[in-house]
Structure formats: structure tokens, C-alpha cells
Design a protein around this ligand. Structure first.
Ligand SMILES: [Zn+2]
Length: 405
């Protein structure tokens, strides 16, 4: 089955143009796929899963839609806009990419079939009981025993009990421990620590139905009709969904902040969970900052570097990385032009194979080490022992890790 490397589902929002950092997980997965393709000589699929359901998506639609614009058209415009930005800033074509929306009928039908299966297996449970309702805005949000003092929607503290039927996912300590030990997370130390923190702070009986205007309807299972499925549960079924016709979900790349929204649930409901690769949060990246000369800095250099920095990249760090990037690009340009300028009888000398460990370091998510080795190679090997037979490889490798030169 085809191996799938992709990003965690990305929320569709209307402010993409001025917040390009929201595409960093997509850009990072594209960068890793290109390295995989270079290392293996095989083509990998590009699969993009879009999270179109949720409170923020609904608010965004209500605030920013055109008069008479349907929710469907509004969401598709956001997705098309992302693909337009990928093409115009990073030269990534939308052609051949598979775009999956979590509100599509295919995805929702699959989710409903899985809910039924999980109910039969006892992984999900429908149960009635007392819930907290906000007296001010009427939002019903948690079982009454939950230690919540204010409404998550309007922050009012006047909460009253109400009888409701919801959908739940009970989890045992053993399930948490198994999930924590079976899932691979990179970078291991920080990523695993973050995953465990989320896994072990979840309640024993997670309420996975939410009061929302839009979502997967649970009424057929006996759940109160104002509840829909918590969208993070349907997204946690992404591996199960992709296995039906797309391939085997092997790697999911995502920001460390969103690890808790996907990985714990995916690890519990999917018996073949993928590995998770986390990258640090990038500072705000406005489209006006990305000119053609700078585009290679943002992709692939910055997104690959971010894989080693789960604690995030500050504005100061961004400036240092920009200087480091420019220095190496200049060195590579000089080395390549130097080789091109050599007289022909000086060419075809000793062959120095490109260090394989550079590729391996990136594919094992140690990009800092990979960049160090690449930098040394470009500077030392090429400056002192130029060899025209390496020119094509050098150019390809530099473009793979630093972008077009
Ligand atoms: Zn409220």
C-alpha cells in the first residue's frame, strides 16, 4: 500500500494571505516528501485534508461571507486561495494533489459508519445524564460533574444543570499508557512529553458530542439533535479514511500546539496510528514579506529547520536563520560557478560521493545536523576539491534543502 506523508488537517480561514505560517505543516510535509522522493526514486502522493467544521470556522463564515454566499462556496474559496498561494509564492502546483474536505459526503458517510462500528465495539458510548447549560447563552457543553466554572462560549458563570443524551469515549489508564508507548513522536523528547501531557489530562469519559450549528449529525444514534460529533474525532479517523483507497498513513506533520487536538484521539481509535512529527510555531508571515528572492527561505529552509525547534521560532531567531540561509546560498552559488568555470581537462577528477547521512538526518527529523553537514560539504569539499561530475547532484541537493539558487 502506498505510504502517505501528510500534514494534520488544516483549518480553512479567510485570513490566509496575512498568516502564511498557517501553511507551515503543509509546506513541511511537501519538503519531506521531496527528500523521500530524491532518496528512494519513487513518487509519493500529496494528500491535503481540510478541517472545515468547528466553532472558529463557523464564526469565520458568519463574519466574512459575502451576501448570499453559501457555506460550501465560502469554504471552497478558502481552499482554492491556499492552493493559489502555494503556486504563486512557493511554485507548488495544485495539480495532482488530492484535496479532502471533512464536510464532504464521502468523509461524513465514512465517519458515520465508523461511529456505528465503535458503538458496537464499546469504544464509543451513548449515555444520558446531567449536563451544564449556560443560563445566558444556552450553550450546553459538559457533564455536570466537570470542574468548569464558566461558559466556554460567553464566559458567564451562571451555569445550570440540564438533562441530555450525548456521545462519549471512555478511556482507561491502560489505554493512555499503551497509546503513549506505541505512538512515535519526533522530536522524541519534547513531542512525547507534550503527547503524554495531553493524554493524561483527558477526562476518563470524554464527551465527544458538541452543541454546534454544523457537523456530523448523531441523532440516528439516539444523541440529542443539537449535538454533533466533535470535529477532532472525525479528523482522528483520517488514517482509517485514507486506508480506504488512498494508502497507508505513515507520517503526520503538525505544529506542536495542535498535537493535543489530534494525536491522543488518533492513537486511541486507530490501531495503526501514524508517526507524528512536530514543528515549532513560526512567527506571523505576511505575504508582503515574501518576495521571489526570499521565497526559498520560507520553503523549504525555514519549514525544515522548524522540525528541530518544537519550542518555536521567535522574530530574533528568524533573523539569525535568514542570515545563515543567505550565507550558505551565496557559498553554494560561488561553488557552482567555480566548478562551471574550470577548464575541461581539470574535470572528471576524484569522485566524492554526496554524504548519505545528510538525507538520513532529514528523513529521521534531525534537520539541524543535516544542515550542518550540508553546509560543511558545500564549503569544504567543493571549495577545495571541485569536481564537475558532482555538479548536477550538488545543484539538486542544494535546491532540495535551500530552494532554487
Ligand atoms: Zn454562555
Amino acid at each position: 500500500m502506498r505510504e502517505i506523508i501528510t500534514h494534520a488537517p488544516i483549518q480553512t480561514r479567510s485570513d490566509t494571505l496575512h498568516k502564511q505560517e498557517r501553511m507551515s505543516s503543509l509546506l513541511a510535509s511537501e519538503a519531506i516528501i521531496r527528500i523521500k522522493e530524491y532518496a528512494t526514486g519513487k513518487a509519493y502522493p500529496r494528500i491535503d485534508l481540510w478541517n472545515t467544521i468547528g466553532a472558529k470556522a463557523e464564526t469565520d463564515y458568519q463574519k466574512n461571507c459575502q451576501p448570499d454566499e453559501t457555506r460550501n462556496t465560502f469554504v471552497q474559496f478558502q481552499i482554492n486561495e491556499r492552493y493559489r498561494l502555494l503556486g504563486s509564492f512557493y511554485d507548488i502546483s495544485p495539480n495532482g494533489r488530492v484535496s479532502i474536505r471533512d464536510d464532504s459526503s464521502d468523509y461524513q458517510d465514512f465517519v458515520l459508519s465508523q461511529i456505528k462500528r465503535f458503538l458496537d465495539m464499546g469504544i464509543f458510548v451513548v449515555s444520558s445524564g446531567s449536563f451544564l447549560r449556560c443560563d445566558l447563552c444556552d450553550y450546553v457543553f459538559a457533564p455536570s460533574q466537570a470542574a468548569i466554572a464558566a461558559c466556554p462560549q460567553c464566559k458567564d458563570s451562571n451555569l445550570v444543570p440540564t438533562q441530555k443524551t450525548g456521545l462519549f469515549m471512555p478511556i482507561s489508564t491502560q489505554q493512555r499508557s499503551e497509546a503513549a508507548s506505541s505512538v512515535k513522536v519526533y522530536p522524541q523528547k519534547t513531542g512525547l512529553c507534550e503527547l503524554k501531557r495531553h493524554l493524561f489530562t483527558l477526562p476518563d469519559n470524554i464527551q465527544i458530542s458538541k452543541q454546534r450549528e454544523f457537523g456530523v449529525c448523531l441523532a440516528d444514534f439516539g444523541v440529542d439533535p443539537e449535538f454533533v460529533l466533535d470535529p477532532k474525532i472525525s479528523l482522528a479517523m483520517m488514517g482509517l479514511f485514507l486506508r480506504h483507497g488512498y494508502g497507508d498513513l505513515h507520517t503526520v506533520i503538525q505544529g506542536i500546539d495542535s498535537l493535543g487536538n489530534l494525536a491522543p484521539y488518533l492513537a486511541i481509535i486507530d490501531n495503526k496510528p501514524p508517526e507524528f512529527v512536530v514543528h515549532g510555531t513560526l512567527p506571523p508571515i505576511d505575504s508582503s514579506k515574501i518576495n521571489p528572492a526570499k521565497a526559498s527561505f520560507y520553503f523549504p529552509f525555514l519549514v525544515l529547520t522548524a522540525l528541530a525547534l518544537p519550542n518555536g521560532i521567535s522574530q530574533e531567531k528568524l533573523k539569525c536563520l535568514s542570515v545563515e540561509f543567505q550565507r550558505t546560498i551565496n557559498q553554494a552559488r560561488y561553488a557552482i560557478s567555480h566548478i562551471n568555470g574550470l577548464p575541461s581537462d581539470n574535470q572528471e577528477q576524484t569522485n566524492t560521493p554526496f554524504p548519505k547521512e545528510v538525507l538520513e538526518n532529514f528523513l529521521n527529523y534531525h534537520p539541524q545536523l543535516g544542515y550542518q553537514q550540508l553546509h560543511c560539504y558545500i564549503y569544504e569539499q567543493l571549495s577545495h576539491n571541485p569536481n564537475s561530475s558532482l555538479l548536477r547532484d550538488i545543484r539538486q541537493m542544494v535546491e532540495l534543502f535551500y530552494g532554487k539558487i
